[in-house]
Design a protein around this ligand. Structure first.
Ligand code: CZF
Length: 192
C-alpha cells in the first residue's frame, strides 16, 4: 500500500516512514504548504489541512497536526507550537518555564483520506522539559523539542535515545499504528 503524506516537516516524514514502512505502507512525500488556523484542537486543524489536500484531488493522503503543551500555560503553545518556537526559540522557552512546572506533553493528530473515507487518529506522550535549556542545541529538522523533552519514566531526552527507544515513546507512532490498522481493515473489506 502507498499513502501520500502532505507535509513540509522533515521530522514528521522521517518518522512516518520508519513507522509505516515495516507495516507495509510506503509513504510518499507531498511537500505542499497548507494554511492553518491559529486556534482550535490538533484534530480540528488536521481536518482543515486534509480538506485542503483533498480539494487538490488527492484520495489516498494523510496530513498531521502536532505540537507541545506546557502544563504551566493552559492550551499553550498547542496548535501554535511551530510559530511560537520560531519566534522565541530555546531562550524564550527557558524564560517561559523559569520557576514554572516543567510538565509538558506532545499531542498530535493524523487525518487521513483513504478511498473516500476520512478518519483521524491521535496520540499523546507525557513528560517534562529539561531544567537547563542551552541555546546551543542543534535539533533535527522539524523536531526542536526532542532535545529538551524527557518522556515520563525516562531520564533521557528524546534525541539522546537510540531510534527504537525514541519511536517507542512517539505519540505519532501511536496515531500511525491505529491508522495502519484501519487502512488494512478498509482495504480488506474493499477487496471482498
Ligand atoms: O521536537 C519535536 N518532536 C516532535 O515529534 C514534534 N511534533 C511536532 N513538533 C513541533 O510542533 C510543530 C508542529 O507544527 P505543525 O503540525 O503545524 O507542522 P509543520 O508546520 O511543522 O509541518 P506541516 O505538516 O504542517 O507541513 C513542529 O513544527 C515542531 O515545532 C515536534 N517537535
Amino acid at each position: 500500500m502507498k499513502i501520500f503524506f502532505a507535509t513540509q516537516n522533515e521530522g514528521k516524514l522521517w518518522e512516518a516512514g520508519r513507522i509505516l514502512g515495516p507495516l507495509g505502507i510506503e509513504v510518499v512525500p507531498v511537500p505542499v504548504e497548507l494554511s492553518e488556523p491559529d486556534a482550535g484542537t490538533m484534530e480540528e486543524v488536521a481536518r482543515i489541512k486534509l480538506k485542503q489536500v483533498m480539494e487538490r484531488g488527492m484520495t489516498r493522503v494523510m496530513v498531521d497536526d502536532a505540537g507541545i503543551y506546557f502544563a504551566a500555560y493552559p492550551q499553550f503553545p498547542g496548535v501554535l507550537t511551530k510559530r511560537v518556537f520560531h519566534r522565541i526559540g530555546y531562550r524564550g522557552v527557558a524564560k517561559l518555564l523559569a520557576g514554572e512546572s516543567r510538565e509538558a506533553w506532545f499531542e498530535g493528530t493524523v487525518a487521513v483520506c483513504w478511498d473516500g473515507q476520512i478518519r483521524t487518529f491521535s496520540g499523546v506522550t507525557r513528560g517534562r522539559i529539561i531544567e537547563s535549556i542551552s541555546e546551543k542545541i542543534r535539533p533535527e529538522p522539524g523536531f526542536p523539542f526532542d532535545p529538551i523533552f524527557v518522556p515520563e519514566g525516562e531520564h533521557r531526552a528524546l534525541n539522546e535515545m537510540p531510534v527504537e527507544d525514541r519511536l517507542r515513546y512517539s505519540y505519532r507512532r501511536k496515531a500511525l499504528e491505529k491508522m495502519a490498522e484501519w487502512m488494512r481493515m478498509v482495504s480488506a473489506k474493499d477487496s471482498q
